[in-house]
Design a protein around this ligand. Structure first.
Ligand SMILES: [Zn+2]
Length: 258
């Protein structure tokens, strides 16, 4: 039995939907203690959380949004429990998946301690990733509707605003451990002469991304492609619908529709 350290947060309310998603985040703050303080603060104000996300002229007492998550996993692999899974924690913000907003209502949120893009994209230590894998296994056991395909990135559900847990997060390792998914494009053949964008938009929405079928490359489609690449082709997150991205997209959308 995995041991969780209780660090209760008052920032939650009632779920309005059954749990059917897990959202992974990075904390994007300087250290675990600051992130835990922020995620359990009933009345956060700007001066308590200085950092690159705040402009220099932010008023010290300016209120910040109240936030939380169900779990925080620190670099040494300690797992903190902040909000009981039965309640709705406040981690996703404005977001959408499979055509539905209010992701918080249906999701378990896990914050992984990591400085993220604002702090030079540090590596995730092995012990931390092992703890995330163990925590996901525990969660799957408690909620039989959850399975590897139901684990998403914050950047997947809010591609225009969010880039966490970022392109350093080892999604392949999670997939190898059986707690996430990975595209297998071995037998994927692309048609070369037709316009790829309508297919790309269709496949992105099969996976769950919030993309309208406009038939042309637009801002929404590019943001979703960048989110997809952060997870499945992290060496190049240009947002272009290149051959490799299209093969991975075709493969994953087919795997998810069978
Ligand atoms: Zn996040």
């Amino acid at each position: 039995m995995t041991r969780y350290i209780e660090r209760p947060s008052p920032n939650f309310d009632a779920r309005t939907r059954p749990i059917d998603l897990v959202v992974l985040h990075y904390t994007g703050m300087q250290d675990a203690e600051t992130a835990l303080a922020r995620l359990t603060d009933p009345a956060p104000v700007a001066r308590r959380y200085p950092g690159p996300w705040q402009s220099d002229d932010a008023l010290p007492d300016a209120p910040l949004p109240k936030v939380s998550a169900h779990y925080v996993v620190d670099e040494s692999g300690q797992i903190f429990s902040l909000v009981p899974e039965e309640h709705r924690a406040w981690h996703a913000g404005a977001s959408s998946w499979e055509g539905e907003g209010d992701v918080n209502a249906r999701a378990i949120g896990i914050e992984i301690v990591n400085g993220g893009h604002d702090f030079g994209l540090p590596e995730f230590p092995d012990t931390q990733i092992e703890a995330v894998i163990q925590l996901l296994r525990d969660i799957f056991e408690r909620w039989p509707d959850l399975k590897p395909a139901r684990v998403v990135a914050h950047s997947d559900i809010a591609p225009d605003r969010k880039s966490d847990p970022g392109e350093k997060f080892p999604w392949k390792r999670l997939a190898d451990a059986g707690v996430s998914i990975w595209p297998n494009p071995a037998h994927t053949v692309l048609a070369i002469d037709d316009d790829p964008i309508p297919h790309v938009q269709q496949q992105l929405s099969i996976i769950g991304y919030n993309v309208r079928q406009t038939g042309v490359m637009d801002g929404e489609t590019r943001a979703a492609l960048i989110a997809f690449q952060r997870r499945f082709r992290p060496s190049d997150t240009s947002g272009a619908a290149d051959q490799e991205t299209r093969r991975l997209l075709a493969a994953l959308s087919r795997q998810l529709s069978v």
